[in-house]
Design a protein around this ligand. Structure first.
Ligand SMILES: [Zn+2]
Length: 125
């Protein structure tokens, strides 16, 4: 399951430093659970504050063909959010998703659609 310890809803570090794309330390991530960041965030960059050297995540939106930092998040585990794991669930149909949840004793509502089931699987992976 994805871990996020805190999110600051402005492009600032906890220390007050303004964060920009210059402070990214890795490639753009588009595969992540958006529910942790509210609906607005369109992508994540691993980053580091230039002032206090804290590892953090730059939450970005697309503006005019480039990315703009709108928030910062701490404690995001990028390693667990691999493309392979997402693809595992992408290729599963509704019955397979339900079986995956059943096998792990994870509760769900039978009326849920495929996307809701898939999201629940990802959250519990
Ligand atoms: Zn800082």
């Amino acid at each position: 399951m994805m871990q996020v310890s805190s999110v600051i809803n402005k492009p600032d570090c906890k220390c007050g430093e303004r964060l920009t794309l210059d402070h990214r330390t890795g490639p753009l991530k588009l595969n992540y659970d958006k529910s942790f960041f509210g609906g607005n965030v369109e992508g994540l960059f691993p980053g580091q504050c230039p002032k206090c050297n804290t590892d953090l995540t730059l939450c970005v939106v697309q503006t005019g063909g480039s990315w703009e930092v709108i928030a910062s998040a701490y404690g995001v585990n990028h390693e667990k959010e691999t493309v392979a794991k997402k693809d595992d669930f992408d290729s599963m149909d509704k019955d397979a998703l339900k079986k995956w949840l059943d096998d792990r004793g994870i509760p769900y509502t039978p009326q849920w659609g495929e996307e809701r089931l898939r999201k629940t699987c990802r959250e519990n992976a």
